[in-house]
Design a protein around this ligand. Structure first.
Ligand code: NAD
Ligand code: WQD
Length: 339
């Protein structure tokens, strides 16, 4: 077997799209996922798209024996680390669970990598690490800021752990990718975002209202200091984000901590997302305006020029494509991977 990429959390939303891009670029992929937020059906879909199957090991990143075994069995050269918990509200109710999965889990993973002599890591970080008071657009030279929930704090803590790891052992090359708001789906309509229970995030909520699984969207606040009063975010297509991981593998060729924002650089308001979704899909989208959601910031978006200048990566897919692809996935799979 040629050298392989270990993808933790590869059965999830962003991990599955990245796996498709890796396989299509000719990489061998080994996925480690405990399926706590994923469905095995995703592997059939990945195979339908690429004609290739990743190796799948059901297991937990917090289990060092599993990690040692995986790293002994397969010639891993790079780890792309997606595995973790990501629900902001839930993180406030279950902080220990979030720190255990996201922070402790990453430490256990890095310890296993160290034992195996693998020192190339790409980590899924988040724009949330810029904190509550950073000026927009967010740029990588800003310091990490004060986060407002345990999920965000866990991402910031992991960035610190990885920075210290590199300081102690400068043979490591580590990429911290700060994602903005990924939405959309593969254009085959075969894989996409499949949240369990009622979605927390805007796009899957909209898609489930449009398909009739949910009655009405609540828009959280219309009195923000933005153009139309609703919050603005930098939504990027998940396939562009997946490609960003492949492009950032080149940064691993030099040791160091390499930080990149992955976003489009364009803010879009909640209300304009709703209107554009209606126009593109011709589906009515009932909504009402409700109170603000605690912890939401008015507006943030990326300065994504570093990724463009250094990696040659730029988000290319338009908002219309993000919506079309979401809608194709949702209408072909009204119940997600549960047929
Ligand atoms: P996801 O929940 O779809 O994928 C995460 C995957 O990790 C799931 O398949 C889950 O089963 C697996 N997993 C969780 N804990 C695990 C553990 N202890 N051991 C093994 N597997 C485990 O989430 P996603 O949207 O694909 O996000 C991937 C990564 O990107 C996460 O780290 C998330 O925090 C980060 N991120 C996501 C967003 C976003 O908006 N989706 C934004 C910024 C950062
Ligand atoms: C987007 C906008 C809401 C739902 C979160 C995390 C962040 C990152 C991405 C992982 C906001 C509004 C939403 C709804 C609404 N995740 N909204 N009605 O909050 O920007 O980011 O996910 O790292 O860390 O905080 O994304 O999709 O939840 O919300 O009006 O039912 O949509 O107020 O303005 P957010 P989101």
């Amino acid at each position: 077997m040629n050298k392989a990429v270990l993808v933790t959390g590869g059965a999830g939303y962003i991990g599955s799209h990245t796996t498709v891009e890796l396989l299509e670029a000719g990489h061998q992929v080994v996925i480690l996922d405990n399926l706590c937020n994923a469905n095995r059906e995703v592997f059939n879909r990945i195979e339908q798209i690429t004609g290739n199957a990743p190796i799948f090991i059901q297991g937990d990143i917090r289990n060092s024996l599993t990690l040692d075994l995986v790293m002994q069995l397969y010639p891993i050269h790079t780890v792309i680390h997606f595995a973790g918990l990501k629900a902001v509200g839930e993180s406030g109710q279950q902080p220990l669970n979030y720190y255990e999965n996201n922070v402790h889990g990453t430490i256990v993973l890095c310890q296993a990598m160290q034992r195996a002599g693998i020192k190339r890591l790409i980590f899924s970080s988040s724009a949330t690490v810029y904190g509550e008071e950073a000026p927009v657009p967010y740029i990588e030279t800003l310091p990490r800021g004060k986060t407002s929930n345990p999920y965000g704090t866990s991402k910031s803590m992991v960035e610190q752990v990885l920075t210290d790891l590199y300081k102690a052992d400068p043979e490591w090359s580590i990429v911290l990718l700060r994602y903005f708001n990924p939405i959309g789906a593969h254009d085959s309509g075969l894989i996409g975002e499949d949240p369990r229970g009622i979605p927390n995030n805007l796009m899957p909520y909209i898609a489930q209202v449009a398909i009739g699984r949910l009655q009405q969207l609540s828009i959280f606040g219309s009195d923000y200091p933005t153009q139309d009063g609703t919050c603005e975010r930098d939504y990027l297509h998940v396939v562009d984000l997946a490609i960003g991981h492949l492009k950032s593998m080149q940064a691993l060729d030099s040791a160091g901590i390499h930080i990149y924002n992955l976003g489009t650089g364009q803010p879009v308001s909640v209300l304009s997302m709703v209107k554009t979704f209606e126009e593109v899909t011709q589906q009515p989208l009932p909504y009402r305006i409700t109170d603000r959601r605690a912890g939401d910031l008015a507006a943030f978006w990326a300065d994504a020029s570093k990724a463009e200048n250094e990696l040659g990566w730029k988000a290319e897919r338009t908002l219309k494509q993000m919506i079309e692809d979401t809608w194709r996935w949702q209408s072909n799979n009204p119940n997600g991977y549960e047929r």
